[in-house]
Design a protein around this ligand. Structure first.
Ligand SMILES: NC(=O)c1ccc[n+]([C@@H]2O[C@H](COP(=O)([O-])OP(=O)(O)OC[C@H]3O[C@@H](n4cnc5c(N)ncnc54)[C@H](O)[C@@H]3O)[C@@H](O)[C@H]2O)c1
Length: 275
């Protein structure tokens, strides 16, 4: 298809479905050799096989991103299979509906759940950066893109652990960008709004989806490919002067004042007309 990341080696975590699958597929189509990493081994194999069937390069690597040993094996696979690492998309997170159901209320939050959420949703990105950055530096530099969430940017009525862990991802991005910029490492965050992946459709009710879309300036749910294109840009040399940034890919959900959907629905004016 294209050559925007030709010759680069990429790892995408959480790549067995949704945004990770779309990103792994696009990076491979644009010339990267991709390690499709996910704890869902069957899903990762399916995605890697589809990429290979399209004539591109990919291998599947079963990885639980909360495990340091698994992360070391994942980075090692990029090196043994493709000879290095240039692009790391930290995208895996606890997205299943039953996980979100544990995260509804602070007053009944268990310490175990809080810690598990942080171990996947934040520690996973830290571990991959910890073990990936030395390999990237050895190969002359690289680009890390972390997937956060708009829930890290404003309050909601649930998802206490998830939103706090994702806010940690935003901070981790800036620390990595600041510390390793002079060593050739760029690090940025993509922050999805409401993206209609299978897992999001399973956990977001139609009423909630409608309410979010009513607040989007582009009135639709996002698609996994919307994120993949942003990650491709940030991972490619086209973004060689971009680091430490957070970009919301959200149809403008976070770009306006909170009363936006009321004004649209009611036709009310923001200011009194001059008399
Ligand atoms: N879809 C949305 O509306 C939305 C909104 C905001 C943020 N996000 C973020 O985007 C990313 C992708 O979400 P998605 O909608 O594509 O979900 P998804 O469920 O399709 O993908 C998540 C993947 O992560 C994997 N995973 C879960 N725990 C893991 C672990 N411990 N180790 C390795 N892999 C693990 C799952 O198996 C799954 O394949 C996540 O970081 C999510 O928090 C999504």
């Amino acid at each position: 298809m294209g050559e925007r990341v030709k010759g680069k080696v990429a790892i995408v975590t959480g790549a067995a479905s949704g945004i990770g699958e779309a990103t792994a597929t696009l990076l491979a189509a644009e010339g990267a050799s991709v390690v499709v990493a996910d704890m869902n081994a069957e899903g990762a194999e399916r995605v890697a096989a589809a990429i290979r069937a399209a004539g591109h390069k990919a291998v599947a690597q079963k990885t639980d991103v909360s495990s340091e040993a698994d992360i070391q094996r994942m980075i090692g696979r990029a090196v043994s299979e493709f000879g290095g690492l240039h692009i790391l998309h930290n995208n895996a997170a606890m997205t299943a509906g039953h996980e979100h159901a544990n995260d509804l209320d602070l007053l009944t939050m268990t310490v175990d759940y809080w810690d598990r959420s942080f171990s996947v949703n934040l520690r996973g990105a830290m571990l991959a950066a910890k073990h990936g950055i030395p390999v990237m530096i050895q190969g002359g530099g690289g680009a890390i893109v972390n997937t956060s969430s708009n829930q890290s940017l404003a309050g909601d009525l649930s998802q206490f652990a998830y939103s706090a862990a994702k806010a940690g991802v935003n901070a981790l991005t800036r620390s990595i960008a600041t510390t390793y910029g002079r060593s050739g490492i760029r690090c940025n965050t993509v922050s999805p709004g409401h993206i209609a992946t299978a897992s999001s459709k399973a956990s977001v009710s139609p009423e909630m989806s409608d309410a979010i879309i009513a607040n989007n300036l582009i009135p639709r749910a996002g698609r996994a490919e919307d994120l993949a294109h942003a990650v491709l840009y940030l991972a490619s040399d086209e973004a060689s002067f971009v680091t430490g940034q957070l970009i919301s890919i959200d149809g403008g959900q976070m770009a306006h004042l909170p009363h936006y959907s009321y004004l649209i629905a009611s036709g009310a004016q923001t200011t009194n007309k001059a008399k």
